[in-house]
Write a new protein. Sequence first.
Length: 113
Amino acid sequence: MNRVIFIAPVGSEFPGFVAVVFPMPGTVEVSGMAVADCYTTQSTAGLEAPEGFSIVAAWDVVDGEAVEVIPLMSVLLPYLPPEPVFDESGRVVGEIAQPLRVTHVLAGWPSGS
């Protein structure tokens, strides 16, 4: 199974994918768009985003290993909520931006993404 992460309009459908997690856990909606974690049996090489969608990253599984087809793009950053900063007494005193990372993976997905 191969994987592609999209930014798509809230309420979108994803025909042709065998598993879709939408919205992706650990992400937030921004201006009516959300992050979708999609899995397919088709290769993601040469994949084109449907109209109104953006591809954030893609991986194909080759010999049991996740191989990056499209690198994780910084367009994902606004969809990652800030992390709270706490003082010694446990009060929130600020926020810091999360680093660029994937916040979700299906059980059994190989490492590398």
